[in-house]
Design a protein around this ligand. Structure first.
Ligand SMILES: [Zn+2]
Length: 88
């Protein structure tokens, strides 16, 4: 048993409207379909830090250069030592 919120008349539980005042209230209070998530930041994509600079590429190059310089120095030293041994 429920009562009309408008006039207070006794109503059946399944009454869709008040027979006394005609107020419609039977429809259960459906939650409004208001989507509270309208502010979804789709545009804010996760920031992928673009790293165009690969600092690791410099190290091998320097290493190669350094190794080349080392080889050249070693060869020059070897040639010089050979030349010294040959009595130049
Ligand atoms: Zn009523």
């Amino acid at each position: 048993m429920k009562y009309c919120p408008n006039c207070g008349a006794q109503l059946s539980d399944d009454a869709m409207f008040c027979p006394a005042c005609g107020a419609r209230f039977g429809a259960p209070q459906q939650p409004y379909q208001q989507q509270p998530y309208q502010q979804q930041p789709y545009q804010q994509q996760p920031q992928y830090p673009q790293q165009p600079q690969y600092p690791q590429q410099d190290a091998p190059v320097k290493g190669k250069k350094r190794s080349i310089v080392g080889w050249v120095v070693a060869i020059l030293v070897g040639v010089a030592m050979v030349a010294m041994k040959m009595g130049w």
